[in-house]
Design a protein around this ligand. Structure first.
Ligand code: G6P
Ligand code: ZN
Length: 542
């Protein structure tokens, strides 16, 4: 029986950079998840009888919200829900499933790289029929609905079995439990030369992949160990756990320290990588050689033609504004366009759909292509492996050769976490107020050429996104960018992105901190970070 239950709005359900993310305890309030899911459905049109994809990264509350979403989808008139077995679907696998099944859209339950567990984070995001995150006009409609909602619909029914493959009926709706891994692994096998990678591994190439107790474990075991023949144990922390085994599944140098230390050890493997909670981010570390996400994007774009799926070349490259300009130089050399978008994968969707860009990437450890509409951690690892299998060089050699051809964009991100929101807003406001007066002035970073708050006009639908980050651009091509994170669940995080370009005939082997020191100083001079935050230095440097 379909129930129509009364509810009252919550005033904190505005989706952020990537869906609604809150503490588990917030989601556990009566009607909280239901209100948001109903607001999503109420913002969509004409989905009667259509297919919805449903899955998540396995974190605490995943199973419970899967049950709620199934019963609400049935009560709202969906014809079929495809749910990953055990409620599991990585974000890129969900994107692929939406596309390959011609679904109307999908609900992905994840707070991405945020920790999981009873005291940690949960999240829900909605992806549209192209497999990508809902565009802003959809998330704005969802938010508006959350503020007026007065009832939701849910089917009264028992627990649905989501652990057995096959189809059953829930009311009039079909529930199809699908293998979360197989279709995705086949897609990867079609894009990359698995034979060449297998041969490289058989020749003694060693790799280590850290799933950080999150969703990529089953995917990585199937692909790296089963299909590519890497020895058992290549994939670490491979079982998705509700609390990720206490890992903070953010693949950066701080949280993936275990991998980093292994890769810097005497007996390090040739190649190391990690992914995040929901499998869309990646960290790449060669033996004794860390690759920044921005450099990784540039190297992947420059060498993508070595993989069968990209043998015909790239149509264009897109990167988020705070991502370094390393990819710009590759685009220039390839004679293809480079698009600079605001932070957030959703901004790549139109470019990918229009066939204007093939590869996209972000400094926040996301890289992907037009094979799905999300960033894709395992995809990035496989493209690296394919390139290594063809070039048969070390990661360090590939990086050095890249810098010799293109120059090097020294790059780091400084995060100030847990700042009171009003202080972070005050800092940004003061900085914004200053921008117009900066061009022509000099500070420790050099002479300022331009300073603005990034605005993006989408070349396809002409939608305009303002206030996407304060940028200070120096005459020598260096930059400092300031922006507040849109993915946190508590307080504010200030991100400062620092970049300095050195041409191919310059000093290519400096330590990053040394190369960027004057710009770090300039950031402090211009924005008075310690004055506003009371913090002496960043909490995380990546
Ligand atoms: C998510 C999005 C990314 C985006 C990142 C930014 O991971 O999927 O596309 O780059 O958030 O996070 P931030 O915390 O900087 O807003
Ligand atoms: Zn993620």
């Amino acid at each position: 029986m379909i129930q129509r239950l009364s509810t009252t709005p919550f005033n904190d359900q505005k989706p952020g950079t990537s869906g609604l993310r809150k503490k588990v305890r917030v989601f556990q309030q009566p009607h909280y998840a239901e209100n948001f899911i109903q607001s999503v459905f109420d913002s969509l049109e004409a989905f009667e009888g259509k297919t919805l994809v449903l899955g998540g990264d396995g974190r605490f509350l995943n199973r419970e919200v899967i049950q709620i979403a199934l019963k609400m989808a049935a009560a709202n008139g969906f014809g079929r829900v495809l749910v990953g077995r055990g409620g599991i679907l990585s974000t890129p696998a969900a994107s692929h499933l939406i596309r390959s099944s011609d679904a109307f859209g999908g609900l992905i339950l994840s707070a991405s790289h945020n920790p999981g567990g009873a005291d940690e984070d949960f999240g829900i995001k909605y992806n549209v029929s192209n497999g990508g995150p809902a565009p802003e006009k959809v998330t704005e409609a969802i938010h508006a609905r959350t503020l007026t909602i007065d009832h939701y619909r849910i089917l009264e029914a028992g627990e649905v079995d989501i652990d057995t493959l096959g189809t059953s009926l829930l009311g009039e709706m079909a529930v199809e439990v699908v293998d979360p891994v197989a279709g995705y692994a086949d897609l990867m096998e079609g894009l990359f030369d698995f034979g060449a990678i297998r041969a490289m591994i058989a020749d003694g190439f060693t790799l280590s992949f850290d799933s950080m107790g999150a969703v990529t474990g089953p995917y990585a075991i199937e692909i790296f160990e089963k299909r590519l023949g890497a020895p058992a144990g290549t994939v670490r922390n491979a079982i998705p756990l509700p609390d990720f085994g206490h890992h903070h599944p953010d693949p950066n140098l701080v949280h993936a320290k275990e991998l980093y230390d292994r890769m810097m050890a005497e007996d390090a493997p040739d190649f190391g990588a990690a992914s995040d909670g929901d499998g869309d981010r990646n960290l790449i570390i060669g033996r004794h050689s860390y690759v920044t996400p921005s450099d990784s994007l540039a190297v992947l774009a420059a060498n993508a033609h070595l993989a069968p799926g990209y043998a015909l070349g790239l149509k264009g490259i897109a990167r988020s504004m705070p991502t370094s300009g390393a990819a710009d130089r590759v685009a220039e050399k390839l004679g293809i366009p480079l698009y600079e978008t605001p932070t957030g994968w959703k901004f790549f969707g139109n470019l990918l759909d229009a066939g204007m860009a093939t590869i996209c990437g972000e400094e926040s450890a996301g890289t992907g292509s037009d094979h799905v509409r999300e960033k894709d951690g395992i995809w990035a690892v496989l493209l690296w492996l394919n390139i290594l299998a063809v070039r048969r060089q070390s990661v360090a050699q590939i990086m050095t050769e890249h810098w010799v051809s293109y120059g090097r964009n020294y790059y780091a991100r400084h995060d100030y976490e847990g700042i009171a929101k009003d202080k972070a807003d005050a800092l940004m406001e003061a900085l914004r107020g200053k921008l117009a007066s900066l061009p022509g002035t000099s500070n420790s970073g050099g002479k300022v050429e331009k300073a603005d708050d990034f605005t993006y006009t989408d070349p396809i639908d002409q939608s305009v996104s303002r206030n996407q980050g304060a940028r200070i651009l120096f005459e020598d091509g260096s930059r400092v960018v300031f922006r507040l994170s849109g993915t946190g669940t508590e307080g504010a995080t200030l991100r400062i992105y620092i970049e300095r370009y050195v041409g191919s005939s310059g000093e290519l082997g400096m330590a990053t901190a040394e190369a960027l020191a004057p710009l770090v100083k300039a950031a402090q001079e211009v924005a008075d970070i310690s004055g506003f935050t009371g913090m002496e230095g960043p909490s995380v440097i990546t």
